[in-house]
Design a protein around this ligand. Structure first.
Ligand code: PLP
Length: 394
């Protein structure tokens, strides 16, 4: 190499000596580009055999994808810059033609609904928003013969739990691809591929990361399906950055213990909230009063980490006063953190639905969604109930 300082400043220290050490915490590989001594090696890397350019593949993303695939029980996984990017890529991979049909929840995450509505309209695809927990849904899927059915494991924010095994059968009968957004239970609470889904979707921004410090999304499934998505990601550029991948992988390491505690706390919070006369109803799949309790016991590992409730007699002003009165729970529009996050559904997760869509979904102004954190669960309940009392002026 040249001994000229300008050249050395640019080129010295770029090669690691051949250490056999495997770091317990992976290094954050920030380089977007790698170069190769051999043009054959470079050629192979451009086909994805090694790391040439971070839009094709990147080490921290690969490690995260391997970990998520393992948790989902999938052959492969592909990671994206956000959950919405994952859902958009999933849609685009279906190769929709005008006149094709798509089925999705009428009572699911509002942003997914808004995105799919827009994508369907642009392509002339018919969007059928159904309540997937309704008795006639399987028959309707067989009748509609959609190209894609998207379900949510536990719907956002009403926490309905559909029998994925039955939906999967209907999808198989008509050759529909079946995708499940399993963000709410995480792979610890439900392995959707084992229940018959073709794709498992996660917004890793939530429980997998667990600390609200990185957005991300994944789609997992059979290698043949994921390879299509991976090839499309090289073109779309919807990649996850190395630091986000690293943070998400670090969070994921504690997912099993966190999810067990979140579900135990949520069950405790739901049971105590159910005793309050200030609440019209408490929605928790682990409570016998939940409309899908029997199904939930079969398809979920536990009642899950989320609790929703309706404040008796509350409209938007009361709900906003409630949020401002919280002292332990944080009124943040997300879920999946170690701290309790509390959200007014109509103005946050369902914000992008039209008032008619919200009404049809059953999302009222009095509906509150709680992502139960790791604080002492009695502190969480006491805080929610004092804030409810303040919200409604009691
Ligand atoms: N899916 C569900 C069920 C969600 O709740 C969210 C976000 O709240 C998303 C997908 C979108 O994920 P992201 O915010 O990572 O884009």
């Amino acid at each position: 190499m040249s001994t000229k300082q300008k050249t050395l400043a640019v080129h010295a220290g770029t090669r690691l000596t051949g250490s056999k050490a495997v770091p317990v915490s992976p290094p954050i590989s920030v380089s977007a580009v790698s170069w190769f001594d051999s043009s054959d090696d470079l050629d192979g890397a451009l086909d994805g055999k090694d790391y040439a350019y971070a839009r094709i593949s990147a080490p921290n993303t690969t490690l995260l994808e391997e970990a998520v695939a393992a948790l989902e029980g999938a052959e492969a996984c592909v990671a994206y810059a956000s959950g919405m990017a994952a859902l958009r890529s999933l849609f685009e991979a279906q190769d929709f033609r005008p006149g094709d049909r798509l089925v999705m929840p009428a009572d699911g995450y509002g942003v997914t609904r808004a995105l799919y509505k827009k994508l369907c309209a642009a392509l002339g695809v018919e969007l059928h928003a159904l309540k997937l927990t309704d008795a006639g849904t399987q028959a309707r899927i067989r009748e509609l013969k959609p190209r894609l059915v998207l379900a949510e494991s536990i719907t956002n924010p009403l926490l309905r739990v559909a029998d994925l095994r039955e939906l999967a059968k209907a999808c198989r009968d008509v050759g529909a691809a079946f995708a499940v957004d399993a963000t709410f239970p995480s792979p610890m609470g439900q392995r959707v591929l084992e229940l018959g889904a073709d794709y498992a979707v996660q917004s890793t921004s939530k429980w997998l990361n667990g600390h609200s410090d990185a957005l991300g999304g994944t789609v997992s499934g059979a290698r043949s399906r994921i390879d299509v998505l991976r090839a499309a990601r090289v073109l779309s550029g919807d990649v996850l950055g190395p630091f986000e991948a690293w943070l998400t992988l670090r969070g994921l390491r504690t997912l099993p213990v966190r999810m067990k505690a979140h579900a135990e706390h949520a069950a405790h919070v739901a049971r105590r909230l159910a005793e309050s006369p200030l609440l019209e109803r408490v929605i928790y799949p682990g409570l016998a009063s939940h409309p899908d309790h029997a199904v939930a016991r079969e398809v979920l590992k536990d009642g899950g980490p989320m609790v929703s409730f309706e404040i008796r007699g509350a409209g938007r002003p009361e709900a906003m006063r409630f949020l401002e009165a919280l002292k332990v729970g944080r009124p943040g529009p997300s879920l999946g953190d170690v701290c309790t996050l509390v959200m007014h559904a109509a103005s946050a997760s369902a914000r992008r639905l039209t008032p008619e869509e919200r009404k049809a979904a059953g999302i009222r102004e009095s509906l509150i969604r709680v992502s139960v954190g790791l604080e002492d669960p009695d502190d969480v309940v006491d805080d929610l109930l004092q804030a409810v009392a303040q919200g409604v002026g009691r």
